[in-house]
Design a protein around this ligand. Structure first.
Ligand code: GUN
Length: 287
């Protein structure tokens, strides 16, 4: 069996057309949706991610504010800037790229973003809303993965789903969204005793660890859906995910490639969340 490839670029193109139409409608009513992106320091991977986020805004009719600060920025300077952005009516979404330099407390920074503008969905209020089944913003990467299941009619109700990785950015919210969709969810991590025994019983596997080849062919149930959130470099410096793509695609039913899988979906869902924030702000102004 050769798996069907889930093409994140193609799906993003369709979803971004809808984003652009909604952005144009808001702009026509006098409120162009706006995203503020903050990068602190010079992590090369973060620079690429942030550049792609800002470009995606420009390409789809959203206004973007890009703040690039040196690694020497103090925590209180960053908090002051967030306060300004929280109060700026032309900014509907705020994203502080993680990781932050060590002298800055990321938890404090995430909590300083107004929940209504927290388009990453990372602060305690938004994480709690997701956990209790009333999400305001779904975190972008897991939200993008859910859109991939939807686009390919992959049934989640009653499915056994294994999430590999327990980060606040991907693993934990992914598990919550799968649970909300009726899957039986197992979260695994570096201390899990027998990962293969769990994945072999899974209809859906989402790998989000940052470790190459965490999932190989003999760990996968024939016909399963395999989603690769990893972003790593192989020995030749080529981009690759957490999954042994060449081997697993011969066993799985559906699989996402790296690049061209989950990556573009993360940015697409950031745009969607920003549009939703702007639409809510406009609605509130009218109430
Ligand atoms: N770093 C890695 N992924 C993300 C993300 O989705 N949002 C932010 N803010 N930082 C990240």
């Amino acid at each position: 069996m050769t798996a069907q490839i889930i093409d994140g670029n193609a799906l993003s193109k369709t979803l971004r057309a809808d984003v652009a139409a909604r952005a144009a409608a808001l702009t026509a009513r006098g409120q162009q949706p706006g995203l503020a992106v903050i990068l602190v320091g010079d992590n090369p991977a973060s620079e690429v991610y942030v550049r792609n986020k800002v470009k995606a805004c420009q390409d789809n009719g959203l206004h973007s504010v890009f703040d690039r600060f040196p690694a020497t920025l103090t925590e209180s300077e960053l908090l002051t800037r967030l306060d300004d952005l929280n109060n700026d009516p032309n900014v509907h979404g705020i994203l502080v790229q993680l990781p932050l330099p060590k002298h800055i407390d990321s938890h404090k920074v995430i909590e300083a973003i107004a929940p209504a503008k927290d388009v990453d969905g990372f602060n305690v209020e938004n994480a709690g809303a997701l956990m209790t089944g009333k999400p305001l913003f779904r975190p972008c990467t897991p939200y993008g993965v859910m859109k991939m299941f939807e686009a390919h009619n992959i049934a989640l109700e009653g499915a056994n789903a294994v999430v590999i990785g327990r980060s606040n950015i991907v693993g934990k919210p992914m598990a919550m969204l799968l649970l909300e969709a009726g899957a039986t969810v197992t979260i695994t991590h570096s201390k899990t005793r027998d990962l293969a025994a769990l994945t072999r019983n899974a209809d859906v596997v989402v790998a989000a660890t940052g470790r190459r080849n965490i999932l190989i062919a003999d760990m996968v149930k024939p016909g399963a859906t395999v989603i690769d959130v990893g972003m790593n470099r192989d020995d030749n410096g080529k981009l690759c995910g957490d999954v042994d793509f060449a081997g697993v695609k011969e066993v799985a039913g559906f699989i996402t490639p790296v690049p061209g899988g989950v990556g573009p979906m993360t940015i697409t869902m950031l745009l969607v969340n920003t549009i939703e924030a702007a639409e809510r702000a406009m609605q509130q102004d009218r109430d």
